[in-house]
Design a protein around this ligand. Structure first.
Ligand SMILES: *Cc1c(COP(=O)(O)O)cnc(C)c1O
Length: 355
């Protein structure tokens, strides 16, 4: 199976797993007066994450979801308004911050275009007409196809929010992908926001975990929420050791994922029925199936029958993600499968219309 469902499925390498043997472990839930736990490897990963993002402190969480949720809880309470992109993971998948039976924050939505930027006029007007407590960004933007928000766009948002004293949290699950595409250091992107979450469990290839990075006071507060939500782990250095290895060895490698996504898009550019994004910006390739007249589920069934798997974003949108473990050869083979399905659909379509 050429599995393009997500970059979360990446497996830890032998070299990565070997770091676990020499990792200094302890109980990360036993805190000293500075709020640091006794697992030295977890602390080392948190310090490394804080350094890379240019923040005061960091918090190791079991998932990106928990890192985002603890961040939002550190900023907002029930009834507080969050200006959030309408297809953000925090809103569409995590949900708990906004649910009536959850933390009851109120989403006020904006939308980013293909260039990864919002409509700045709308954005600024919303900051003036609604009582916004927090702004959230997502970079790269998952459900719009791994699009990157430029440094310039981030700076523009930053200047609008800082004038009004509103903080920004960035869901940077794939911020390293954004950094590679934009050619801008991760730290420089993170300088434009107060806090950032990134995943080590995706293209970076670690098995488990995400980091929330930000000012010390915020991280302390998020740490309390992490504890209350059951996210404080014990010998979490087992996972953190893999994360340190990932940050030290696997960042540049993600360029291969980007070039495989671009290769696939190029190979598919002349399809007759299906439609793929002609210019993916990072490691995600979206298919718009509206015109093809098949559901994303039916598309995936056809793919699976030929040894490829994708992710269903919606009824009419499918997503392929390129990651560690997918080679150029796999990419070419997967493209051949998609082309085959396109030919079949064309054939079926002409049979239907002629018969
Ligand atoms: C994967 C992802 C997350 C966090 O996912 P977890 O599965 O909880 O680690 C958050 N935001 C975005 C944009 C993501 O793609």
């Amino acid at each position: 199976m050429i599995d393009l469902i997500s970059d979360t499925i990446t497996m830890p390498s032998k070299e990565m797993m070997e770091q676990i043997w020499s990792a200094k472990l302890g109980d990360a839930g036993r805190l000293d007066s500075n709020g640091r736990g006794e697992d030295l490897t977890t602390n080392e990963l948190e310090d490394l994450a804080a350094k890379i993002t240019g923040k005061e402190a960091a918090l190791f969480c079991p998932t990106g979801t928990m890192a985002n949720v603890t961040a939002l809880l550190a900023y907002c309470g029930p009834g507080d308004k969050v200006l959030i992109e309408e297809r953000q993971h925090i809103l569409k998948i995590e949900k708990v911050c906004f649910r009536e039976d959850g933390f009851r924050m109120i989403p006020v939505t904006y939308r980013v275009g293909e260039d990864g930027s919002p409509d700045f006029e709308f954005f600024e007007r919303t900051l003036d007409t609604e009582e916004i407590r927090l702004v959230t960004l997502e970079n790269t933007h998952n459900f719009s196809g791994g699009t990157c928000m430029s440094l310039e766009a981030m700076k523009q948002i930053r200047s609008m929010t800082s004038e009004r004293g509103i903080p920004i949290h960035m869901d940077g699950a794939r911020i390293f992908n954004a950094s590679l595409t934009l050619g801008v250091d991760v730290k420089e992107l993170c300088d434009q926001v107060d806090s950032v979450m990134f995943c080590i469990s995706k293209g970076l290839g670690a098995p488990i975990g995400s980091l929330l990075c930000g000012p010390k006071a915020l991280i302390d507060k998020a740490g309390e929420w992490r504890s209350m939500l059951g996210g404080t782990m014990r010998e979490s250095g087992v996972a953190a050791a893999c994360g340190i290895y990932a940050l030290e060895h696997n960042v540049e490698r993600m360029r291969e994922d980007h070039s495989n996504a671009a290769l696939m898009a190029g190979l598919l550019k002349d399809m007759k029925v299906l439609k793929a994004d002609p210019a993916p910006q990072s490691n995600i390739l979206l298919f718009d199936l509206e015109r093809a007249g098949i559901t994303s589920q039916a598309f995936n069934e056809r793919l699976k029958a030929k040894g490829v798997r994708c992710y269903l974003v919606s009824e009419t949108v499918a997503r392929m993600v390129f990651h560690l473990g997918i080679t150029e050869e796999d990419t070419r083979a997967a493209a051949e499968v998609v082309l085959e399905i396109d030919r079949e659909l064309l054939q079926e379509f002409s049979e239907k219309t002629c018969g």
